[in-house]
Design a protein around this ligand. Structure first.
Ligand code: TXA
Ligand code: MG
Length: 363
């Protein structure tokens, strides 16, 4: 165990009082459904905090997927995120906070519509993009004038942010363009041979990345909420919530891909994934196999595996990435999935990830 003395005096003075005594061992907040949180021993969290404050990265659990976190105040840590992930600098990072007050320090202005949405969906899988405060390092925002902010509901993420007393920039903890990790062991497998502290917070509850919304205030009583990436908070949930908001808000879905870094080929599993029509017969016909071999420019397909998603969208989202990894580990040389029919609610996020992860969409 490392020294429990904080390396950063400022962090010690700003640390919320009583966090070690009052909140540890960790317990999920009321109403939070998570059966898998390992009770954290204080030394692991302190070690993570020390590493972050010393300019290192740490892999953290969130309710969506695991993140590769660094302190937003450490240029070395931020650079290490990009280097470790082999991520281009044009893809901006999400800043994770553990209070509304912390969120406000990152933005120029905190408009009522942002506050309204945050009060419904934070802590949780909603990322809000707003014009950034000058103090936010442009490395985080890829030079954009806006910053993406999220208040995760996972108790381990929250406690670490509070303990470090600084917001944490964190992309998903995978190599750039690859499948996001929904378990600690996925992160370890993604970065073998490097000294990376991975806090194991169990299986991620949501399983796909957060919904990203950009907020544009158009006038005193008119604003726009633009969904840049569908996720755990669905478009329907956002619309329904905003009906209760007193001013006029237009909810629009961005034509893909407008979120920087939200590229067509992203979330790629270890072996090619093909989307087939919903009524595709299995086992695959010889004709289909021959066509796939030719389209994918591959030799004989020996072991094709079907990715079968649960009918319940919450369960399907939760299992999506771990199923892709499991089938690849079991030796599949091609994964195929029959296109889910439903595109509403959480299926929209699942469909978005599938189409980006797929090498071919024949549906
Ligand atoms: O659920 C999540 O959001 C996970 C966990 C770890 O919190 N994080 C995550 O981060 O998915 P990442 O880096 O894999 O995806 C972040 C995406 C960027 O690719 C970009 O599309 C969008 O968030 N983003 C970040 N900053 C933005 C900005 N200023 N304007 C528009 N989009 C932004
Ligand atoms: Mg990612």
């Amino acid at each position: 165990m490392q020294s429990s003395q904080p390396r950063d005096r400022r962090a010690r003075s700003q640390r919320p009082s009583g966090i070690l005594g009052a909140r540890l061992p960790l317990a999920p907040p009321p109403g939070y459904r998570c059966d898998n949180v390992n009770p954290f021993d204080t030394s692991e969290l302190l070690k993570a905090r020390d590493r972050l404050l010393a300019g290192d990265v740490v892999a953290i659990p969130t309710e969506t997927v695991y993140g590769l976190a660094a302190s937003i105040e450490s240029e070395a840590g931020l650079r290490k995120i990009f280097a470790t992930k082999e991520r281009p600098f044009f893809d901006p990072l999400i800043v994770h906070v553990a209070s509304f007050a912390q969120a406000r320090t990152l933005v120029k202005d905190w408009p009522p519509v942002a506050d309204f949405l945050a009060r419904f969906f934070w802590p949780g899988p909603l990322t809000i993009v707003l014009p950034k405060a000058e103090t936010v390092n442009p490395l985080i925002t890829s030079g954009l004038s806006s910053v993406a902010i999220r208040y995760p509901s996972h108790p381990v993420a929250q406690d670490l942010i509070k303990l470090a007393a600084v917001p944490l920039a964190a992309p998903s903890a995978n190599k750039f363009g690859k499948t996001s990790p929904s378990r600690a062991e996925h992160v370890r497998a993604e970065f073998p041979g490097i000294d990376l502290l991975v806090l194991d917070g169990g299986d991620c509850e949501v399983g796909v990345e957060s919904t990203v919304v950009e907020i544009n205030v158009l006038s005193e009583d008119e604003s726009e909420v633009r969904i840049l990436r569908p996720g755990g908070v669905t478009e329907e949930m956002i619309r329904e919530t905003l009906e209760k908001f007193s001013r006029s808000v237009r909810v629009v879905r961005a034509e893909s891909p407008v979120a920087p870094g939200h590229l067509k080929h992203h979330y790629m599993p270890p072996v090619p994934l093909v989307i087939l029509p919903e009524d595709e017969p299995t086992p695959l016909s010889l004709r289909r196999r021959t066509q796939l071999q030719s389209d994918l420019k591959t030799n004989e397909l020996r072991n094709t595996s079907e990715l079968v998603l649960n009918q319940d969208p919450e369960q399907a989202a939760r299992e999506l990435y771990s199923e892709m990894r499991r089938l690849a580990e079991e030796g599949a040389d091609l994964l195929f999935i029959r296109a889910p029919r439903d595109r509403s609610g959480l299926w929209s996020a699942i469909w978005d990830r599938l189409t980006r992860a797929a090498s071919l969409n024949l549906s």
